[in-house]
Design a protein around this ligand. Structure first.
Ligand SMILES: [Zn+2]
Length: 74
């Protein structure tokens, strides 16, 4: 009886691990990371995702403070 239970647990783990491996593999195929482009803050040089960056006159900034600081330095 004990062997049967161990076999059942082993099979269950095999199925769970198999599903987890399949799940972790699928996102890399459907959603490539190329959509999240990185840009550099013109003021401090920090790299940020383009969608989160602030754009001003084709220049990117990590925060509103740095955008203003760069504007005033011109
Ligand atoms: Zn910055």
């Amino acid at each position: 009886m004990r062997i049967l239970i161990l076999l059942a647990i082993g099979l269950l783990l095999y199925i769970i691990i198999g599903n987890l491996l399949r799940k972790s593999k699928t996102p890399s195929n459907t959603a490539p990371g190329s959509s999240e482009r990185m840009v550099r803050c013109e003021h401090c040089g920090l790299h940020i995702i383009e969608t989160e960056a602030l754009e001003d006159n084709r220049q990117f900034f990590c925060s509103h403070e740095h955008l203003e600081a760069h504007r005033q330095s011109r």
